[in-house]
Design a protein around this ligand. Structure first.
Ligand SMILES: [Zn+2]
Ligand SMILES: [Zn+2]
Length: 365
């Protein structure tokens, strides 16, 4: 095993603070699943790894959970940027590469600020989640494509991304829009509740969730599936009947189509995760992003997502190093909270502190 001690020391084992899993053996199996995922991530992309993601997710806490607080149920997986949460049944149902895909998917939401409150404000949460999933998964698709090229150069091939065990073949954006328009009668996987049919489309690469959101919204406006009372896509475009059967409906349901409140907008797919409010600030995410990019580079097994490289390039100015930008960001935070910054100087071999940023304690950098 080539892992350095520091990286091994940084990995935490899956915990079960709420004692959800009663059998010690089952807990151990689930723990092994997360640990195996980390070992896999540490490898070269051509071997199914993702050192960038490894550095990002390895040191975080992983917990078993069936609730996310406030009575909000967790049936899949979730992250707030600081910790990862796994529903034990969902984790059990995943194949080892699907665990990696889920972690990657969730990590992208954090890195690209998909769950930023300001961004989602005033938008339909469910539609936003679908749009964010398209963007997150397009990054995974591109990584998989590049990793596969590397694998082929080593005479190997990687397992496919979807259709392995729990995740079905995903819904392309074009398919979703056709379905909304009533051009597609039935979506694949719609009736199979054991399979998670997600939203993924390589064509969504380089798009923002905002643009995908607006495209979906535009199609929904004139959708023959749309209930005129609640807006859910609950009407069969051919028969004009509701998928919830004929009235009368239970109290709390839409009086016109019978859509129960928990059914939401009735999109045909499902997400591999719950989208939580982030508990990391933008500066913290940016700091983690840079550290992970530098570590991946240092391990010599790069393949940092192109979007991250683009974000970093944007941040880097000729006179400032990546570290300087982080340091400056932290310094700004110090100023924001009006704490007089303590004086620390750090002689870095590679990361010379920016002269303006001397006030930041090294442990913060
Ligand atoms: Zn998601
Ligand atoms: Zn309705």
């Amino acid at each position: 095993m080539e892992m350095s001690d520091s990286l091994i020391g940084g990995i935490t084992r899956l915990k079960d603070p709420a004692n959800i899993v009663t059998s010690p053996r089952r807990l151990e199996e689930l723990q092994d699943k997360i640990s195996a995922c980390m070992t896999k991530l540490f490898q070269k992309p051509g071997n199914g790894g993702n050192p960038f993601l490894f550095t990002l997710c390895g040191p975080k806490s992983h917990y078993l959970a069936t609730e996310l607080g406030g009575g909000h149920k967790l049936e899949t997986a979730a992250t707030d940027g600081k910790s990862f949460f796994w529903n034990p049944d969902f984790l059990e149902a995943l194949d080892s590469s699907e665990v990696v895909t889920t972690m990657f998917h969730e990590g992208n939401h954090v890195l690209f600020f998909h769950c930023d409150k300001e961004r989602c404000a005033g938008r339909d949460k469910e539609r936003w989640n679908v749009a964010a999933d398209y963007v997150s998964n397009s990054v995974i698709e591109r990584h998989h494509q590049r990793a596969n090229e590397e694998a082929r150069s080593m005479g190997k091939s990687l397992p496919k991304l979807w259709g392995l065990k729990k995740f079905g073949e995903p819904i392309l954006l074009k398919e979703l829009l056709d379905w909304i328009d009533g051009k597609l009668d039935k979506m694949h996987g719609e009736d199979n509740k054991d399979i998670c049919t997600g939203y993924s489309d390589p064509a969504c690469i380089d798009r923002s969730p905002e643009s995908v959101y607006e495209e979906i919204q535009l199609h929904e406006q004139n959708s023959p599936r749309k209930c005129q009372a609640c807006g859910a896509l609950s009407i069969d475009p051919k028969t004009k009947l509701s998928k919830f059967g004929p009235a009368p409906y239970a109290p709390g349901c839409c009086p016109k189509c019978g859509c129960p409140p928990q059914s939401g907008r009735c999109y045909p797919g499902s997400s591999p995760d719950e989208h939580m409010d982030p508990s990391l600030t933008k500066d913290q995410v940016m700091g983690e992003m840079m550290r992970a990019a530098e570590s991946a580079e240092a391990i010599g097994r790069g393949m940092v997502p192109a979007e991250i490289e683009a974000a970093l390039a944007e941040l880097k100015r000729p006179t400032l190093s990546a570290r300087d930008i982080i340091v400056n960001a932290f310094q700004r935070r110090c100023i924001d909270v009006r704490t007089p910054p303590p004086v620390h100087l750090r002689e870095g071999r590679r990361w010379q502190l920016h002269p303006k940023a001397q006030g930041v304690p090294p442990q913060e950098v």
